[in-house]
Each structure stands twice: as C-alpha cells, then as structure tokens.
Design a protein around this ligand. Structure first.
Ligand SMILES: [Fe+2]
Length: 223
C-alpha cells in the first residue's frame, strides 16, 4: 500500500518475535548486557485452545519504537537438538553453515564508537563477539544469543547512493527474470542485468535530460 505520492506507509519494525527455552539467559543478554529495556510483557494463562500452554510474551526496546519479543511457554520441552540451529529451527550436519546463519536479526547503531561499545559489552559477557567484518557499505559484529539466534549489530560506513538503489533494483529484476530457468547461475543474472541496462538506458537518458533542463530553466522561464 502506498500514499498518493507513491511512498509506502510502513514505519520500520514494530516487533520481531522468537521462541525461547532460556528466558533467564535471554533477559541477561538483551537487558543486562546490551541494555535494551523490557517495555512490555503479557502473562497469558489459559490462552486459546485447551492444549495451549500458559506463556509469557516479553518485549525489549530496540530503538525507534521497534521491539524484539520472545515467547516462553511453560512446560514445553525443547525439541531434540540436532547438530546446529536455534530454538526455532534445527538443522543436521548436511546443511551448510552459511545457510544456518543466513537468518538473523541485525540492530543498527549510528557510529563506530557505538559499535565498539557493544563489542566491549558482548566480549565481557558469556556471548563474546564471534566476528567483526566490514563488507560493502557496512561494518558489523556478530554473535549468537542464548537461544542460538545469530545476532548482528551494524553501522553504515557511508550513505547508500541513489545509483546503488538503482543497481539493487536492476539486480532484483534480473533475479526474478532468470530464477525459473533450470540450473540458473550468477552469470545468467549478470547477463540479464546487462540486457536490462541496455533496455532501460534510453528512458534514463530522457529522465536525465529532463532534470538537466529543469535545472537550467527555472520554473516560469521558457526558452
Ligand atoms: Fe546482516
């Protein structure tokens, strides 16, 4: 849904929710180590259908009015643990590590000082930083929370440019175009992206010309 100017109407994450089998560790990690205050909790007794256990649903503030939330279900046994995964999803040894780590939550900070402060806090806790990386336009620290969820704190190294937004859209349009081809590869995507650039170059040139004309001819002045 968009408003009349074409902008979307959502305003960030309200909350992202995860199950926990370790509420004490979760409170220590998010509230005591990271300093994210508890801002809401629901004590749900006799909830829903008869076999639904009582539970606590609790929320931590993550800035901007956004929240991370957890469910703790009384009496629910943790499923049998496989080699890897977290409290929600378990994976056997045949699943690659990069896939297991691909689903994660990243919190944003505004500066290198803030990132390093969180690194200091985590390193002094039971959940030290496992890696610190600069990649593309961001720098991030990573660890696993007490529930096994892969967790990132990140800062921008520089602003993302409109040209990079355009490039991102070309990439995604190309991906959508080639993903149904059997055996598709990154090379297929890059080839399709090149085709899209050629297809769209004329329209971009016209847009650029129009912008340039508006700059050289202030409104109300006609040649
Ligand atoms: Fe990330």
């Amino acid at each position: 849904m968009t408003d009349l100017t074409g902008r979307h109407l959502v305003r960030g994450v309200d909350h992202a929710a995860f199950p926990t089998f370790d509420p004490a560790g979760t409170v220590t990690f998010y509230r005591d180590v990271l300093g994210l205050p508890v801002v809401h909790s629901i004590c749900a007794a006799g909830w829903g259908p008869e076999d639904h256990p009582d539970f606590i649903h609790f929320f931590f503030d993550i800035g901007n009015g956004d929240r991370i939330a957890f469910f703790y279900y009384f009496g629910l046994e943790r499923p049998e643990r496989l080699d890897r995964g977290d409290s929600f999803a378990q994976f056997g040894s045949d699943v690659p590590e990069y896939f297991v780590r691909s689903r994660h939550l990243a919190l944003h900070v505004d500066s290198e000082e803030a990132l390093l402060e969180y690194r200091r806090r985590l390193d002094a806790s039971s959940w030290p930083v496992e890696m610190q990386l600069q990649h593309e336009t961001i720098e991030s620290i990573y660890t696993h929370d007490p529930n096994g969820y892969f967790f990132e704190i990140t800062r921008a190294l520089r602003p993302v440019t409109p040209q990079e937004d355009l490039d991102a859209n070309l990439t995604i349009d190309a991906l959508v175009d080639i993903v149904s081809r059997p055996g598709h590869t990154l090379d297929d995507l890059l080839a399709r992206k090149a085709e899209l650039i050629v297809e769209r170059a004329g329209a971009w040139q016209e847009q650029q010309d129009a912008v340039r004309q508006n700059i050289t001819q202030p409104s109300g002045v006609h040649a």
